[in-house]
Design a protein around this ligand. Structure first.
Ligand code: URP
Ligand code: ZN
Ligand code: ZN
Length: 480
């Protein structure tokens, strides 16, 4: 089915202009003024609207088995909720249990993701190390289109990667041209602080941020960045939530190191006062890692995004309902970590970023879509309104408003961290693979319509660091 998006203002990361956009067979086939199209083509009037690349959320956890339970959102409900908010692709995480072969976990996640309504890809976590992990990383890159590997520096006694694993895996990433990514929190320190805080009799959700202060993240971010520097490999830091981690990234970038940073809509807009709420369920619903921070960190994160030291925005969408959060009723360290947001990221960022003048509409496109497509090597198939690109498009009303609520959202969770917030900037129509999946409040996603997106091994960032490495190759001293 062909669709003509007529008369909208096309907003991409580098320019804005008025044009028609013609989509056919899932692809953008033509862009131009007053396009002639075949009779019978469906027309969407975008006269007062913006036409932007669909959002890409590079950090979600659909139906993740985690902390003794399973995230309540599956790949169909989650990608559908994303579509309602203008997000048309996700990159989720395959997370093998320690000792589980990476390929087994990958196949398991691929099966779960078959029901996705929009396109998806995977980062694969390296949670342990041996020769088989080394081999499987190669298979994943060469045969399965995985070009990024995740390392949890937290979650001790579960999925935490020790430094030795980071070193082995980062080295393998460099060989393969794959991007290492880190969840930067010092897991040993978190474990120690959790025990101390529980011993003091603090068992409620207020103990969660106390056990994960910003130093815990700053230390781990700095360590990962220094390991990457020593090995000459690029690095992507997920969910950067505090000044200390941002400073480590900024310093490294100023020093010529290729380090990228992602920030969550939640960390930009919500502060740590939520953990002081007298209602246990409310406070527990905000338990995620890293935790929400004191306000000064939010200001720093916004500046990081504005300055380009943070390049991408995500949600870390990981849904646990009240009955699941209740697993930690007597011990905050047992509250399943995670909050939702895949449906709301785009609107919250437009509202908090563009309407306030912190971001231009083009910068909004860069940080919600294009930069992610570039960093994870999907550009310009994704993240672009260009002839030949996938017709994953959001048609956006920059003045439209909606009030966010768990009562009306499409996410499969009974809580919304942005509850009651009226946002300006909404998805009016969303196209995935050239088909309308959301139009004026009507969700039309189809189970299984989403396709797996293969992401080839990375090129330019790695070529650059490899050149630097070869150029600076250490030499033995010749002695007679
Ligand atoms: O609290 C969080 N973020 N839960 C999901 C797992 C992770 O750390 O990304
Ligand atoms: Zn994480
Ligand atoms: Zn996560």
């Amino acid at each position: 089915m062909a669709i003509l998006i007529k008369g909208g203002e096309v907003v991409s990361a580098d320019k804005s202009y008025r044009a028609d956009v013609y989509c056919n067979n899932g692809i953008i086939e033509a862009i131009g003024e007053n396009l002639d199209v075949p009779a019978g083509t469906e027309v969407i009037d975008a006269g007062d609207l913006l036409v932007m690349p669909g959002g890409i959320d590079p950090h979600t956890h659909m139906q993740l088995p985690f902390m003794g339970t399973v995230a309540s959102e599956d790949f169909f409900t989650g990608t559908s909720a994303g579509a309602a908010g203008g997000t048309t692709s996700i990159i989720d995480f395959v997370i093998p249990n320690p000792q589980q072969p990476l390929m087994d976990a990958y196949h398991q996640w691929m099966e779960w993701a078959e029901k996705s309504a929009t396109d998806y890809g995977f980062h694969v976590a390296v949670t342990w190390w041996d020769e088989s992990v080394y081999e499987d990383m190669g298979k994943l890159v060469h045969d399965h289109g995985v070009n990024s590997f995740k390392h949890f520096m937290a979650y001790k006694n579960a999925i935490m990667a020790e430094d030795e694993t980071l070193i082995n895996s980062f080295t393998r990433c460099l060989e393969l041209g794959a991007m290492p990514t880190v969840h930067a929190e010092n897991g040993d320190l978190v474990y120690h602080l959790q025990r101390k805080i529980l011993e003091r009799g603090i068992t409620g959700p207020e103990g969660h941020p106390l056990s994960r202060p910003s130093e815990v993240e700053g230390e781990a971010a700095n360590r990962a960045i220094r390991i990457a520097q020593a090995l000459n490999v690029p690095l992507y830091c997920v969910h950067v939530s505090c000044e200390e981690a941002l400073h480590a990234i900024t310093d490294a970038r100023n020093n010529g190191q290729r380090v990228y940073g992602e920030v969550l809509a939640g960390h930009l807009e919500i502060d740590d006062s939520v953990y002081q709420n007298e209602n246990w369920e409310y406070a527990a619903a905000h338990v995620m890692s890293p935790p929400f921070r004191p306000k000064k960190h939010q200001d720093a994160l916004w500046k990081g995004l504005q300055s380009g030291n943070l390049q991408t925005t995500a949600t870390d969408h990981c849904c646990f309902c009240a009955d699941q959060k209740a697993m930690g009723k007597d011990d905050f360290s047992k509250i399943p970590n995670g909050t939702a947001g895949v449906e709301d990221r785009m609107s919250v960022l437009w509202d908090a970023g563009v309407t306030t003048g912190k971001l231009t509409p083009n910068e909004f496109v860069a940080v919600t879509s294009t930069n992610t497509a570039k960093i994870f090597n999907m550009y310009p198939r994704k993240g672009a309104i260009e002839v030949g690109a996938d017709a994953d498009i959001v048609i956006w009303d920059p003045k439209g408003t909606r009030t966010i609520s768990a009562k009306t959202h499409h996410q499969n969770i009974d809580f919304n961290i942005f509850e009651g917030r009226t946002v300006t900037g909404i998805a009016v129509h969303t196209l995935s693979q050239g088909k309308v999946v959301w139009t004026e409040g009507d969700l039309r996603t189809v189970k299984g319509a989403g396709k797996y997106v293969k992401r080839p091994a990375y090129s330019s960032a790695f070529e650059a660091v490899n050149k630097m490495r070869i150029h600076n190759e250490p030499k033995a001293v010749k002695r007679s």
